[in-house]
Design a protein around this ligand. Structure first.
Ligand code: GTP
Ligand code: ZN
Length: 357
């Protein structure tokens, strides 16, 4: 049916097996879906229903419950159609619904995700700030992002959108696609390596399902038909929420992941802060943070009640996230730079050695 590698298994998980004593009869499986404590897991034979023994429940508070994308060790029960989940393997990455820096109220959306496809659509005004918020979540998770600008067939000027995006997200790969014509789908697939797991996030209607359907080589209509006649009890070999593309990676597509877009709701994201930006130009310091610098026009407006405090708070929050992203980028740029110089020095040494012979 599948190999463990098809499901995303690699040395990181294998090494956890060898590090711990064997559990009689327990085999690796990947969690596809969780619904109110009932699990569907995928092993080499296909999809199996599974459940947790009670001893897992005390782990609930610490986020220690398996969720989509997790690797577990599970044991088939004799004479039963279900498996018992015995152990949760350590996660490589965690994609959570959580704001940068906050540690409370973390909600795990998917585990062991390697790459997050952040999808925006080119047929309408797309919001660079929103893309930045997605990127914050991706950097936090340990996965790497790629920006997907979909509906290229409807765009009039793809070049300017591409340029704008590259400025907003330096160093992040950008791929133009059209799920309608198939343009850019092949190159997109190449970003997902075999054994890797990808997820798609982005606002409703940007074309996430359509792109996934293209990658899976299935027709849009067929998928909708499957959806309406879905039957959880039926025996299946595939899961819609954890899509195995043998030899080409895994795609996790849960409703919860799509709700990442709820971030846009609170906190004023997606709004523009034109009036604050205009005020900030009159601050005495060009890099004013509007916290306690003298001659701050933003705080003056606040005191004069010409500016809403809530607006300023949202603005600051976004600014902090922006800084956070920038710092992360700086770090990866710095390590890249260091690596480059190490390579150059090594080459030089080798060349000198060759000459010295
Ligand atoms: N012209 C054009 N239409 C597209 C493209 N991709 C998707 N669409 C259409 O856009 C609409 C929304 O696409 P979906 O794939 O359902 O979008 P989604 O992001 O999965 O939306 P949610 O399920 O709500 O999160 C559908 O009518 C698609 O046919 C594209 O590249 N070009
Ligand atoms: Zn100021």
């Amino acid at each position: 049916m599948y190999t463990l590698e098809d499901l995303g298994w690699d040395a990181y998980f294998q090494q956890q097996l060898t590090a711990q004593p064997n559990i009689e009869g327990a085999e690796p499986a990947r969690v596809a879906e969780e619904l109110k404590g009932a699990y569907r897991i995928i092993n080499q034979r296909g999809v199996v229903s599974a459940f947790l023994p009670g001893r897992f429940l005390h782990a609930a508070a610490s986020g220690g419950l398996p969720s989509a994308g997790d690797w577990v060790l599970a044991r088939s029960l004799p004479g039963e159609d279900r498996a018992l989940i015995e152990r949760l393997l350590e996660r490589r990455t965690k994609l959570s619904r959580q704001q940068a820096g906050e540690k409370t109220g973390e909600q795990l959306l998917a585990a062991n995700v390697d790459i997050v496809f952040v999808v925006a659509s080119l047929n309408r005004e797309y919001n660079v700030r929103r893309i930045e918020r997605y990127l914050t979540a991706v950097w936090e998770s340990g996965a790497r992002p790629i920006l997907v600008l979909n509906k290229a067939d409807l765009a009039e000027n793809t070049a300017s959108a591409l340029a704008e995006t590259q400025v907003a997200a330096p160093g992040v790969p950008v791929q133009l696609t059209s799920a309608a014509t198939g343009e850019g789908i092949e190159p997109l697939q190449r970003h997902l390596n075999p054994r890797e797991t990808g997820v798609f996030v982005g606002s409703s209607g940007v074309g996430k399902s359509s792109i996934i359907n293209r990658l899976a080589g299935r027709e849009q209509q067929a998928v909708h038909d499957v959806r309406s006649s879905d039957d959880r009890g039926r025996h299946t070999t595939t899961s819609r929420q954890l899509l195995v593309l043998p030899g080409r990676g895994v795609i996790i597509d849960t409703p919860g992941l799509r709700e990442l877009q709820l971030w846009d709701g609170g906190g004023g994201a997606g709004q523009t802060f034109a009036e604050i930006a205009a005020l900030a130009q009159r601050c005495a310091f060009r890099d004013c943070t509007h916290e306690r610098e003298p001659g701050c026009a933003v705080r003056a407006a606040l005191e004069a009640e010409e500016l809403d405090e809530g607006r300023l708070r949202s603005y600051r929050k976004l600014e902090r996230e922006r800084l956070f992203i920038a710092r992360k980028h700086d770090q990866s740029l710095q390590t890249e730079e260091k690596r480059k110089w190490k390579r150059i020095q090594k080459n030089n040494r080798q060349r000198q050695r060759v000459r010295g012979r």
